[in-house]
Design a binder for this molecule. Structure first.
Ligand SMILES: C[S@@+](CC[C@H](N)C(=O)[O-])C[C@H]1O[C@@H](n2cnc3c(N)ncnc32)[C@H](O)[C@@H]1O
Length: 318
């Protein structure tokens, strides 16, 4: 399989001048990535059996490809890309029950996004691109997903195998820090599950502001705590066993930070405690999951004694 992004000028629109060199750079980086598992993952992609292309992105389990004849071979190959964290998918007839019921997050979000018809979208920390397929299903013209995890990029290419042609949803092997400084002009910018990993939260908000076009919207989803506008948790070390977690503000504090970063409007549209049915170990993600990160005696606390994960969604207008 060629690891390429052949997006046409019409789909890229006003973003073409900035995005074309970035796409070529990513294709170049994917020719020979320095990751020990890359040859194994690439051989999975090169061996995927042929199927009849099919898509349905308007259902919970994003459907790609008609069921192929070689179901057990296909399942074994897709298992070679374990762990599958974001989904669910039905790929070539195989149900992939991922660690996260990402469709539940989509259901909490979708009614607040406005009309996505013909919108050009940036999804920062997009994982394997699950939400990008759902955005296409809601009418988006283009979804540029970025994620530095090479495994998730390979999972994206596995999904793409079942689409047949070049779809307008791409996952690029990039972190937010790799984006060109002058990149701007997206109708919607998503940052979901990324904010609490940033050491400079206000810088992150200002970068989201720059990436979005005037009149556009930023969708920020992150971990929060209960409390007033002056409360923020900075864990002493790990949070729910995760390293690299920095700022968990209250929703009220974050509303203030988002306004201070220059957004004209902002609203918190959802706050939900993550359940162990939304994030859990499955056949497709065999490692430990949320359940093992909570106190066995009190599920309202992480094993470090902090409040259990609570996620909020903010819609900010530039
Ligand atoms: C908690 S997951 C969230 C995935 C997805 N957005 C969601 O909401 O389900 C965070 C993602 O951010 C990615 N990530 C880590 N560092 C990043 C960076 N510097 N820039 C962009 N994405 C990053 C990770 O690889 C991971 O896929």
């Amino acid at each position: 399989m060629q690891l390429e992004y052949a997006l046409c000028e019409e789909v890229l629109g006003e973003l073409a001048a900035e995005l074309k060199p970035l796409l070529r750079r990513c294709e170049n980086d994917l020719k020979n990535p320095r990751h020990g598992d890359f040859p194994r993952w690439k051989s999975v992609l090169d061996t995927l059996p042929q199927t009849t292309p099919a898509i349905n992105f308007q259902q919970a389990a994003a459907l790609l490809g008609e069921p192929c004849a070689e179901q057990s071979l296909l399942k074994e190959l897709l298992m070679g890309l374990h762990p599958w964290r974001k989904g669910p998918f039905i790929l070539g007839g195989i149900d992939i029950d991922c660690e996260w019921r990402s469709d539940w997050k989509w259901d909490r979000l979708a009614s607040h996004l406005g009309n996505l018809q013909d919108q050009r979208i940036l999804d920062i920390g997009c994982g394997n691109g699950y939400f990008g397929w759902r955005m296409l299903g809601a009418g988006a013209k283009l979804v540029i997903g970025i994620d530095p995890s090479l495994l998730f990029v390979m999972q994206y290419f596995a999904c793409r195998h079942f689409v047949g042609s070049q779809p307008a949803n791409v996952v690029l092997p990039l972190g937010i820090e790799d984006l060109p400084k002058n990149l701007s002009g997206f109708d919607r910018v998503f940052s979901m599950g990324v904010f609490y990993h940033r050491r400079s939260p206000i810088d992150h908000l200002q970068q989201l502001h720059r990436l979005c076009k005037p009149g556009g919207k930023v969708i920020l989803e992150t971990l929060v705590i209960e409390g007033d506008e002056n409360q923020v948790l900075v864990p002493a070390n790990r949070y729910a066993r995760m390293r690299n977690v920095w700022f968990l503000p209250s929703s009220k504090a974050l509303l203030n930070w988002i306004r201070r970063a220059g957004f004209k409007t902002v609203e918190c549209v959802d706050e939900t405690i993550t359940s162990t049915t939304e994030q859990r170990s499955t056949e497709w993600m065999k490692f430990e999951s949320l359940k093992e990160s909570l106190l066995a005696t009190d599920n309202s606390k992480t094993i470090e004694g902090y409040p259990a994960p609570r996620r909020a969604i903010f819609i900010a207008g530039r």
